[in-house]
Design a protein around this ligand. Structure first.
Ligand SMILES: [Zn+2]
Length: 251
């Protein structure tokens, strides 16, 4: 007997129930509509249809009408790239990033989407100069935790973004006070005084080399422009504006 019961259950198709609230009126109304859809689909598809096929077809039709044709877009519509800042978010932390780092973020996000359907959220942001080091994590698994930096590294392990800003700062002639006021006002992080000094020492060394090289080139060019000239003593600042900058920077 037990074997017969088992055979019987195996032949039955798997099924599930959906509970629909409503009295006899609602029931007959829904069943009538289901019957209409069933008749139409049976004749269109030229094959028998069950309740599962009917309901799926009706739901797909509704979703297509209201949410578009692409399944992934229906479930995860693309957010608008135009967003307005809420009043309480105007003081949110800012940081500086670079194009390539943004690409890396996109690749990271995409790789995570391939293995997981949850969103990556910012768990923690640590400022390293003007660079943000961001810990991203999804709500599904703590293993899905990634560290992303808003800047790539240079061969000396410093951040490209911080070097570019240091370069701009020293070559612009801004005073330290101006830098401090500016970064305090914007909230884009701060390169510490020690790191700025370290950068400045290197920068000075390179600027001096470039300066010597430039003077040599200028003299050689001047000499080569006259056939009977074998040397020159006077270089004017009017012709070589960079020497003024050098003076201002006290390099
Ligand atoms: Zn995940």
């Amino acid at each position: 007997m037990a074997t017969e019961k088992q055979d019987f259950s195996q032949k039955r198709p798997l099924n599930f129930r959906i509970e629909i609230p409503g009295d006899e009126t609602v029931k007959s109304r829904i069943l009538e509509k289901l019957q209409k859809a069933k008749s139409y689909l049976t004749s269109t598809w030229n094959k028998p249809v069950n309740n599962s096929l009917i309901i799926e077809e009706l739901l797909d039709f509704w979703i297509k009408q209201h949410l578009g044709s692409d399944n992934s877009k229906k479930l995860h519509p693309f957010p608008s790239t135009y967003s307005q800042t809420r009043r309480q978010d105007v003081d949110q932390g800012l940081f500086v990033t670079a194009e390539k780092s943004l690409d890396t973020y996109g690749e990271l996000f995409e790789a995570h989407t391939r293995i997981c359907n949850r969103k990556l959220k910012v768990l923690k942001r640590t400022m390293k100069g003007h660079v943000a080091s961001v810990r991203l994590m999804c709500t599904k698994a703590q293993l899905h935790s990634y560290l992303w930096s808003s800047s790539s590294y240079l061969p000396n392990d410093d951040f490209l973004v911080n070097h570019r800003i240091c370069h701009a700062f020293y070559s612009s002639g801004l005073l330290q006070l101006h830098y401090t006021r500016f970064i305090n006002g914007t909230g884009i992080g701060c390169i510490t005084k020690e790191r700025r000094s370290k950068f400045f020492r290197k920068y000075k060394e390179h600027a001096e080399n470039e300066s010597v090289q430039s003077v040599d080139n200028a003299i050689n060019n001047e000499i080569s422009s006259y056939d009977d000239l074998d040397g020159i003593n006077i270089m004017t600042d009017a012709r070589h504006g960079w020497r003024k900058v050098q003076k201002v920077l006290q390099l």
